[in-house]
Every structure is written in C-alpha cells, then in structure tokens.
Design a protein around this ligand. Sequence first.
Ligand code: AMP
Length: 544
Amino acid sequence: MLGRMMYQPLLISSLIEHAARYHGDTPIISKNTDGSMSSTDWAAVAENAKRFANALQALGLEQSDRVATIAWNNHRHLESWYAISGSGLVCHTINPRLFPEQLIFIINDAQDRVVIFDKTFLPLIVGVKQHLPQVEHFICLDAPDDAVREKLPEVQFYDDLIAAQSKTFDWPELDENMASSLCYTSGTTGNPKGVLYSHRSTLLHSYGISLPDSLNLSAKDVMLPVVPMFHVNAWGTPYAAAMVGSTLVLPGPGLDGASLVQLIDNYKVTVALGVPTIWQGLLAAAKQSGSTLESMNRNVVGGSACPPAMLKTFKEQYNCDTIHAWGMTETSPLGSANQLKAKHELLSPEEKTQLRLSQGRPPFGVDLRLASAEKGTDLLPRDGQTTGNLQIKGHWIIERYFGKEESALTSDGWFDTGDIASLNSDGFLHISDRSKDLIKSGGEWISSVELENLAMCHPEIAMAAVIAASHPKWDERPVVIAMKVPDSQLTENELLDYYADKVAKWQIPDKVIFVDSIPLSGTGKMLKKDLREQYGQVLMEAPV
Ligand code: AMP
C-alpha cells in the first residue's frame, strides 16, 4: 500500500520561492567587484532570478545545458545561480585560480554554452576565449562598461539583460533527480573531474547542513560564506540560507582579514564559513584592529584540519564556537560537523577541546565507515583508534563523475574518500592522513604527482618525490625531495625556476631538498609516507 501523501519534487526553484514569500525583506548584503556595497533582499533576488531565467531562455538554451560562472560571492552571482538551476539548466561554477589549460579543459569538458563572469576575470576570459569553440555567449555580471566591451566585443551585460526581461517566470516542474549544478575537483593525475549535483541532493543537503547539530542555521542568522561559491557551492550555504531565510553577507573579492572584520562588525554577522587560512587572516586583523567580533557566535572551519590554537583563540578571545567540519566536492560537501552531545557536558574542558578538534560526526543522511587499506572490503572497528580508508554513502554523495560511464563507488555502493581516518562509537571522525596524492594549499589542490613528473622531466633529475609539508599559513605546501643525476650542479633555484612556465605560480613548490637516495617500497614505489615523516615539518621550522 502506498502512503497517501502529496508528492512534491525537491527543486531549487522552491527554495527561492520560499525565501521570496516568507523572508522577502531579509537583507542580502554584497560587496561588488569595485569594492562598493550593495544591499538587496530575498524578494529582489528572486525577482532578478526570474528576469535572468527569461534572459537565458531568450538565448535559446535547452534543459540541462551548462552555464558556467566565474565569479566572486556577490548578489548577481546568487541571482544567476537560482535563474540557471531553477529554470532547468546546470550551473557550472569555475575556480578562477585554475591554470588556463585546466580552465579550458573543464569548460570544454562541461560543454558550457554560456560563460558568466565578474569583471575581475575579464583578462582570464580574453586569454582562453579562442580555445572555447562551443561557448556561444559571454555575460559580464555588471552594468554596461565600455572598457569590457573593448576587450570582448561580443560581451553582454547582466544588468542590461535583466532590465529587458519580465519579472514573471514560471519555474518548470522538473524531475528532482535532474542535474542542477556542476563542480570540478582536482584529480591526483590527469584532468579534473566533474561532480554533477541534482536538485534532490542539493535540497536534502540543505536540510542536512541546517540541522542544529550541523551548522544550526536559522532565520535569526546573518551568514557570511567566505568560502567561494566555486568551492563546492560555498558549502551549500546559498541554498540553505534561502531554505531557513537567513541574511547573507557576500564578501565579493575582499577575502583579506581586515575586509572580513569590517563586514562582520558592520553587518553583525552571526556565523561565517571558511578554510583555516581565511581564519588566520581574520584573527590577525581582529587583533590589530581591536575588534571583538562580538556578533559572531560561531564559525565553521573546513577544507583542511582546524589547527588547535585557532579553535582555542576563537573561544577564549572572541567567545566564538568553532564548528570543525569535514567534506569534499564529491560529498556536496557536508560529511561531518562537530557538535558535542549532552553526555559530553561531563567532560573536562581539556577533554571537550580535544573532542572538538575532531572533524565531528555525520548528520542524518550520510553514513561513514572505515575499510582496511590492505584488504579493501574488510571493515574496521569504530574504536576511536584504528585508522583506515574513510568511505561514505548517503543522499548527497556522488555516484559517478560527470560524463563517465563507470560508477565511482565500491562494489557494495560506498564512495572511498581517499582520506585516512578513525571513527569512534558516536561517529566522531578524526582525519589522520590522505591516501590521494594531493596537497591542499589554502583550500586549493596541487597535484604532487604532476609536480613530480615535471621535476623528472628535468634532464638533471634522476628521481623526485613531492610531499605535502605543513605550513603555518597555507596549511600545506609542496616540497620536492630530489635525487640529481651524477655530477649535476643543479641548484634549488634552478629547479624551482624550471616550474615557472609549467604550472600556476601558487603551485610552484616552496622548497627543494636534494638527497642521495629516495626510499622505495618492495614494488619500487617511492615511500612518500616516510619522506613526509622526515621532511613534513621543514617549512614550520623555517622563517616565513
Ligand atoms: P575538496 O573536494 O576540495 O573539498 O577537498 C576535500 C578534501 O579536503 C577531503 O577529502 C580532505 O582530504 C580535505 N578536508 C576537508 N575538510 C577537512 C578537515 N576538516 N580536516 C582535514 N581535511 C579536510
């Protein structure tokens, strides 16, 4: 017997409709690319989203066509998100910090028909445009500007497009399993891979992150997503904000500590989200300005492990509870968030701090388990000690990558995260290492394999390993451990210079350590774990 309840598909359009109807006058504050501030509200965001949906339709786009955005967190970007996904198109958010070749690859791989961009990224667009044969429209997220038109004659301007359109648009009744957005993630080797979210996964994730024991979001919140909208959809906050009706403060290009302190104090931000590097900048700026960050009662740290001192400083000096969260592009991203349970009230302050440093526990909707690294399928105990390969399944977890035939899951339907972790009996997760060969610098990935391969192309390098070394500012930075060919006089700077025209500047390693030999496993693989143990702290010791 079927239940006799209404069926209503879980659609992104219903989020913006809800926000407009029940939270219409809730402010959306936004920093524009020129540094000026804009203030709008959910009702106006919804209205412009409809105007832009009409504009996209007028361009002749069809269901599931991809529309790329290369933009900061700002209100026009937010409006375009709802217009794109709400009208049945796929919003493909792009990280502007990618090397041009990668940018070209992902725009072509996604077959984007439209590229929407902030003025800041005009040079980037002009530089790659000739390699994007299938892009038919370039839309600058701004008012008309001759300087932009001069460099990109075919450009259209967002403000023009919406001004010409009606504010009425009937959101289509889509199948909730249709694709809504697309985000690429770095692979260890080769090209980035696309993660294609659905309306359903996005809405369930919004419920999941809003729960009290997740980020505890509500209409009383003023939310500052410092995490960019091109990093796993700003961790889903623009959707959750519409669901709960919170105010959004969108920081635009101003991600430095001083700008953030100003936003937090001026707009009474209650909750802000970002990677540890962002918080480091914020704490330094708050100290300098003397701000007490009074309104901010919690901040969410994710993307990389939260340093213990950071959690302590936020609590002791700013009375701000840090929520340590873990996730990945493939997991929408929320996989776990750290909120203590009632029974933990009995713990000593030291024990509480210790527990709060873990990456937290999964909300309903996702499940975590540990598999043995050696015997793939053997499951390991949740004893808070044993470490293994972290695997995840749930409503908002990837099944296969965009454009791929093969499933991304284990034979029994779990996604292997590439993280090494322990779990305790309450599900508190502790990430201890990473099996994927990637380095995370300030929230951005660098492939160690790619850097190794480049080093080994140098005629004077016999063998090279690139490891993730801990870094006081960027969390991790690449360090090359290299063996030279006999009699080579190659210097550290010469090898670093060799990278200059081959990778983006921020991906060039910080240091080269020349060694006589690199330890190898029985099967001839470089023992990078040993190298990490030996050299993983070299950048912490050096002055920065
Ligand atoms: P991304 O797909 O870029 O969001 O990166 C996901 C990866 O970042 C995870 O698989 C982890 O390796 C790392 N990561 C994310 N959050 C944390 C955290 N709180 N602690 C440690 N590593 C993290």
